[in-house]
Design a protein around this ligand. Sequence first.
Ligand code: NOJ
Length: 516
Amino acid sequence: MPAWLKDAVFYEIYPQSFYDTNNDGIGDLQGITDKLDYVKSLGCNAIWLNPCFDSPFKDAGYDVRDYKKVAPRYGSNDDLVKLFEKAHELGIRVILDLVPGHTSEEHEWFKKSCEIERNEYSDRYVWTNGAFCGIGGHPYIGGEAERDGCYMLNFFKCQPALNYGFGKCTEPWQKSPDAPACIATREALKDIMRFWLDKGCDGFRVDMADSLVKEDDENKSLTGKIWMDIKEMMDKDYPEAALVAEWCDPGQALNYGFHADFYLDHWGNGYNTLIRDYETEGGDHSFIKKDGHGDIMRFLDDYLPRYERTKDKGYISFITCNHDTPRPARTLSNKELKLAYAMILTLPGVPFIYYGDEIGMRYLNVKTKEGGYHRTGSRTPMQWDNSDGRGFSCASKDKFYLPVDDASDAPTVESQEKDPSSLLNEVRRLTALKHEYADLNADASFEVIYAEKENFPFVYRRGNLIIAVNPSGNTCSADIGILPLGAAPIYSIGESSFADGKITTAPQSFAVYKKA
Ligand code: NOJ
């Protein structure tokens, strides 16, 4: 386990929308390097960079055409190495996005694999033996290649599935994960990882990490075996590099060698009930909503078993949002965002802040771009200043990758820098708190102190810190017993007090007390 993860606060950067330095309207690596001081000022000491590799961009770069080449629109491999170096000087780690389950249909491996003559890449992807048969209920394409077969898709039409084998082989074209062709796929993946790790990257966020072995992969144990093999390489040669899964089952992912796994916004799961429960009937019941009548037990019933399963093995990663999820500012007020982030940054695990969430960037209603569809509204350019282009780029606005938020009250870094009570400055104070107290480390102890169905506040303990959050519109108290707490909170949003074993919290407040 890389020790640095304990105190890591990640910042997710979507490269095309962050900062454009060559005035083509698309963000670039130089732009990210130029803004590293800003990332540091946020208290983020790690970055997850969405795919920045050569791609036809039919899925915004998750359709990789060349894993070893930076997309020219972002710069060059040297620019990425410079980014790593400058980040490291500032004490910031950089993890790249690794897409192991599929490539672009324009990847050289795939082109070779479409050929009639057998070659090294014929079995690199999942192909059937005939162009007219289906592929066991999976999405597939037939009739596009000279080769007489259908190939399996892993996501969009442009993303053929790489071949890591099948759990049970019932068709002649299916291979076992131990077949030489499937081992070759795995070795090719390791080769890509080594390529970037040797250039200075600090690990990977792994796209659809659970999607490798197809069918009859009970508990994903065969896919897990592949990751454990990869982890062996990492432990031996890159022990400081982090592996963060997009698996969304931390109990499983951590057993298979990942250091952390995301708690994604899946309808009805604990994370969803905290800040994103606006799709159930009868309004928004998110715990953090002032008028949502939220119920912390809905969160805890889902979260606590996950936490118990993972606490000695690695970390659950809470996110403010990501590039696939509607921005939290779509439904939460500024105050609610502060409380949500306060929880995300003080619960166990490794938190991720999505670029722009620190200023409460809005979800915009914009036309789909590069396979984004509804996700596109969360991918708009970063709002740096109050100029027309929001400081994202000097290109004319019609060349911008996506439209900027040009509402007169659009949040910007420039405005919020000047306002001590801004969301941006709250995020900075929260990350500073997290770094100051080892009790808020990813692996520091956690215990629920007070949690009552449809009652507030929710009180929990991290090490010697007692944390209370009251998102409701009422003053609420909780009897927490005779804990010897300091008289004043060490951190607060809104008023609170502690006396005679009772914490009293003002409407929409958050407080951290230290044991005396
Ligand atoms: C998950 C990524 O987060 C998403 O953006 C992408 O479209 C799919 N995986 C396919 O790679």
